[in-house]
Design a protein around this ligand. Sequence first.
Ligand SMILES: O=P(O)(O)OC[C@H]1O[C@H](OP(=O)(O)OP(=O)(O)O)[C@H](O)[C@@H]1O
Ligand SMILES: O=C(O)c1cc(=O)[nH]c(=O)[nH]1
Ligand SMILES: [Mg+2]
Length: 196
Amino acid sequence: MTSEDVINEFRDANALREGHFVLSSGLHSPLFLQKNLVFMNADRCERLCKALAEKIVAQAGQVDVAISPAVGGIIPGYETARHLKVPSMYVERVEGEFKLRRGFHIEPGAKVVMVEDIVTTGLSSRECIAAIQALGGKVVAAACIVDRSGGKADVGVPLISLASLEVPAYPADALPPELAAIPVQDPGSRRLSQKA
Ligand SMILES: O=P(O)(O)OC[C@H]1O[C@H](OP(=O)(O)OP(=O)(O)O)[C@H](O)[C@@H]1O
Ligand SMILES: O=C(O)c1cc(=O)[nH]c(=O)[nH]1
Ligand SMILES: [Mg+2]
């Protein structure tokens, strides 16, 4: 599956949103990939995650478990794990920090692939990987459906992306005037407790 095929899945799901968005990292962007509109369709989700699982096996070999950061990573993490034929778990934010809850347990030394939906700066991936490593998991690779950094994000382990593209993103104090003129939306979950 090419990057263009992946972006076409987002386009067909009406998930390529234009406007003014504040991202998880705090950067601002004129484009948001509303991945939930993609993953809500089981056939579309299966096509993408099956292809991602094949890429993971080809580049990182077999793993023991897939672990994702909530919320966005849960569905693609589960579906990718299904094709890898391994269990799927997720970490979730508790007062801002990723924690493994809900009875999930990492076997010491387990080979883990960290599965994200979207990578922009890699911050959430690094936070998720650090949480897994602190619990004794060996993160052999990270994987994502779309890498918006065009390969520039460094998550500290090899990053396997199904699609790579470069999307502009700006610090809050360096917005282009045409972006500053549009009301801002904050669609993610990182700052959720602070949102109305
Ligand atoms: O590479 P980064 O700069 O960290 O950005 C990507 C992250 O942003 C989104 O999560 P978000 O925190 O917005 O919440 P969500 O998972 O609930 O969508 C997305 O799911 C990734 O986890
Ligand atoms: O960086 C993000 O927070 C982000 C970007 C994007 O396009 N989609 C998304 O869900 N999160
Ligand atoms: Mg996320």
